[in-house]
Design a protein around this ligand. Structure first.
Ligand SMILES: [Zn+2]
Length: 169
């Protein structure tokens, strides 16, 4: 149940504060990247359009009023990037939840297999089963990092390790 709420929570938090959604997903690099993109983008746009920013902003309300006074050339791109980061947080959170379910299911299967026949070492076989879900794309587990990745890719988009089944063919 918590796994299903986490992506939504991450998406909401990503809207509240740049990078916060990815922080609760423990995606430190992505959190930093989004934070720098949104904050840095905002600063760059403000500089580009030469917007006056007063340094006496002490309360969130004052900051929000100041932000509302920014020209749309600044606010619209920042809003778009923030929404993108929110969507990314949701997608990453969902992928994490699916991967955790997969790991749980795999661990359960390995336990059962080990319990029924623990003489041939079958339980130690790497998990590279291919399962069709989410419609057409085939999802597989990366043997390097264990995260779910697309079977049609040449490399894992999580850890960038080459995927062995595509090297072979
Ligand atoms: Zn990987």
């Amino acid at each position: 149940m918590r796994d299903q709420l986490r992506p939504v929570l991450a998406a909401v938090l990503a809207l509240v504060f740049p990078g916060l959604g990815h922080l609760i997903l423990r995606r430190w690099g992505r959190a930093l990247l989004w934070h720098l993109t949104i904050v840095g983008g905002g600063v760059a746009l403000l500089t580009l359009y030469d917007v006056e920013t007063s340094s006496g902003l002490t309360t969130p309300v004052e900051a929000a009023e100041a932000a509302a006074a920014f020209p749309s050339e600044v606010t619209i791109p920042i809003a778009l990037i923030t929404v993108l980061s929110s969507i990314d947080a949701y997608v990453v959170g969902r992928a994490d939840a699916v991967a955790r379910e997969r790991v749980d299911a795999t661990a359960e299967a390995v336990r059962r297999r080990a319990a029924s026949a623990d003489d041939d070492g079958a339980a130690a076989a790497p998990v590279t089963e291919t399962v069709g879900e989410d419609g057409d794309s085939m999802r597989v587990e990366c043997p390097n990092c264990g995260k779910e990745t697309d079977a049609e890719l040449d490399f894992c988009h999580w850890c960038t390790e080459p995927l062995p089944w595509n090297d072979a063919e």
